[in-house]
Design a binder for this molecule. Structure first.
Ligand code: DHB
Length: 399
């Protein structure tokens, strides 16, 4: 196959890029190792910044994000058992939209199918090569049931994009190249995530710091709720009965105001480990990394998908400019431009994570200092504005 842009990875980043390129008449092929339904049923975060929503609505993907999604005007930061409401329109004239990431995938996949996009699911990349030439190439094989594992297909393109997630094949393929550096930090905790059938406990999201650790009370609909609590990374979900989970969650949001979560049957339990990671630069010859392939953030603050879409905006503009003018200038500056936002998001996600989580082993000084951080933010209009600006996302004109 010969195409202009080869895209490895058919998650939200790869499919959004494919959609934008196709609208400009730039041919592209997307290779994705999983099948459609596996991705559609993988639960991830659920908060979209306004520019992410606009990418879905203004480019003709789908308006479902506006009808099914839920606009949120703020969050509740809860600590010492007290609620502190941040109102985003008042603070920074912005809102966010709660719309689950797997719904974003479903909409994008449907739009690519509708528009005749070339998305090859259950196709595993085995090799990428000639990255420093103007015809980078890759080989892949079908991993569909009954497919011949030795039958390789080859794709030739002008530009190769690695949008293949946190365990990126593309990133690992160039890991030993001179000038490349990985930046990582680990956390001594993970999240225990549940989905349950229950009404909303509060109109907006609650981010709670408690002596027993962090909890996040999120939502999916009027009848399905998403909640998380900080846990040991080695936690086995089978050790956690429904009663034990509800006791733990209730204890983390409890306070003198008597606040209680509305409970109901739990139908999904997952332990989600996480880390902070950045690969620099985000390109190598004619290979460009986007989204989790280049960087992952801890989930607190829900920046992952928004950051991936921000990469895609920058990369799409660079490719559009390359194909309309022949100039490589924006492709050459892609990594530097994208990394400015990446590091702001890394800082925000790290800050939210460390401010809100607590561990029994930690120095009691750290626990008190985090509470001082939360007091500083919530007691000052500038502090609330700073958090609100980061949470709702930095303007596009400033990458
Ligand atoms: C959700 C996840 C997050 O990490 C977050 O900060 C907010 C919401 C969610 O899954 O709903």
């Amino acid at each position: 196959t010969r195409t202009q842009v080869g895209i490895v990875g058919g998650g939200p980043a790869g499919l959004m890029l494919s959609h934008l390129l196709a609208k400009q008449g730039i041919s592209n092929v997307v290779i994705e190792s999983r099948d459609h339904d596996t991705i559609a049923n993988t639960h991830r975060a659920g908060i979209l910044e306004q520019p992410s929503v606009a990418m879905l609505t203004d480019t003709g993907v789908d308006g479902r994000v506006l009808t099914v999604g839920d606009e949120h005007e703020g969050i509740n930061l809860r600590f010492k058992g007290e609620s502190h409401l941040l109102n985003f329109p008042e603070l920074v004239d912005a809102t966010v939209t709660l719309y689950a990431q797997n719904e974003v995938f479903i909409d994008l996949a449907a739009a690519r199918a509708r528009d005749g996009g070339d998305v090859r699911y259950e196709s595993e990349v085995t090799e990428i090569f000639d990255l420093k030439t103007d015809t980078p190439k890759f080989r892949y094989r079908s991993v569909a049931e009954g497919a011949d594992p030795d039958a390789l297909q080859e794709v030739h393109c002008d530009v190769l994009v690695g949008a293949d997630g946190s365990r990126s094949f593309c990133r690992r393929a160039v890991r030993d190249e001179p000038g490349h550096q990985d930046f990582t930090t680990e956390y001594p905790f993970a999240w225990f995530g549940i989905l349950c059938e229950a009404p909303k406990s509060f109109p907006e999201l609650i981010y709670a710091n408690s002596p027993r650790g962090f909890a996040l009370i999120s939502q999916r609909s009027e009848t399905v709720q998403r909640m998380y609590f900080q846990c040991d990374p080695n936690t086995n979900v089978d050790d956690w009965s429904e009663d034990r989970i509800w006791d733990e969650l209730q204890s983390r949001v409890a306070g003198p105001d008597g606040f209680e979560l509305k409970t109901g049957p739990i139908f999904d339990k997952t332990v989600l480990p996480f880390r902070s990671f950045v690969r620099e630069p985000m390109s190598h010859g004619n290979l460009f990394l986007a989204g989790d392939a280049a960087h992952t953030v801890p989930p607190t603050g829900a920046k992952g998908l928004n950051l991936a879409f921000a990469d895609v905006r920058v990369l799409f503009e660079a490719l559009d400019s390359f194909y309309s003018t022949g100039s490589r200038a924006l492709l050459d500056s892609y990594s530097d431009t994208a990394l400015r936002r990446v590091w702001k998001a890394q800082n925000f996600s790290y800050w939210m994570t460390t401010m809100l989580h607590t561990t029994a082993e930690e120095n009691p000084f750290s626990t008190r200092r985090s509470l001082g951080d939360l007091e500083s933010v919530t007691s000052s209009v500038y502090g609330r504005q700073y958090l609100a600006e980061c949470y709702t996302g930095w303007p596009n004109s400033r990458p």
